[in-house]
Design a protein. Structure first.
Length: 143
């Protein structure tokens, strides 16, 4: 088995809904996303001969996903009152709404699923919310 790994990072703000602790308050992170893809064999012909894929394609895909969230206020769908959202938008806050609680675990799954939808054979995604703490998502069938 062959694996490729690339990483990208982004800065954003979020809060955890229904959480009793410091993270219930608005705060920010420099999120680090480390993605791995796998292949049983290398390609046998063409420009990508003897490669899993072109690293440039893999790097571009991961960076495009993290760029979507860079310098955004990431909000769990339904976690803020519509009036609050309208006020934030009126003040020109850049909002990125997701249909899940904004935990590292959910972000790891989110990035893995988005990459898989683009045809990458994702074996693992790690999402660091601090330099020493990360969540790891391994798609079923890859563990």
């Amino acid at each position: 088995m062959y694996q490729l790994k690339t990483e990208s990072s982004f800065d954003s703000a979020h809060f955890l809904t229904d959480y009793d602790g410091k993270c219930e308050n608005l705060h920010g992170h420099r999120w680090r996303v480390v993605a791995y893809i796998a292949a049983d064999q290398l390609q046998t012909e063409g420009q990508n001969k003897d490669m899993v894929i072109d690293f440039a394609d893999f790097k571009r895909a991961v960076r495009a996903l993290t760029e979507e969230m860079d310098h955004m206020f990431i909000v769990e769908e339904g976690s803020l009152a519509p009036e609050t959202l309208a006020c934030l938008e009126q003040e020109t806050f850049r909002l990125y709404t997701v249909p899940f609680r904004t935990t590292s675990e959910n972000f790891a799954r989110y990035f893995a699923e988005r990459l898989a939808a683009q045809g990458f054979r994702v074996s693992q995604v790690e999402v660091y919310e601090t330099p020493m703490n990360c969540a790891i998502y391994i798609p079923e069938g890859e563990n």
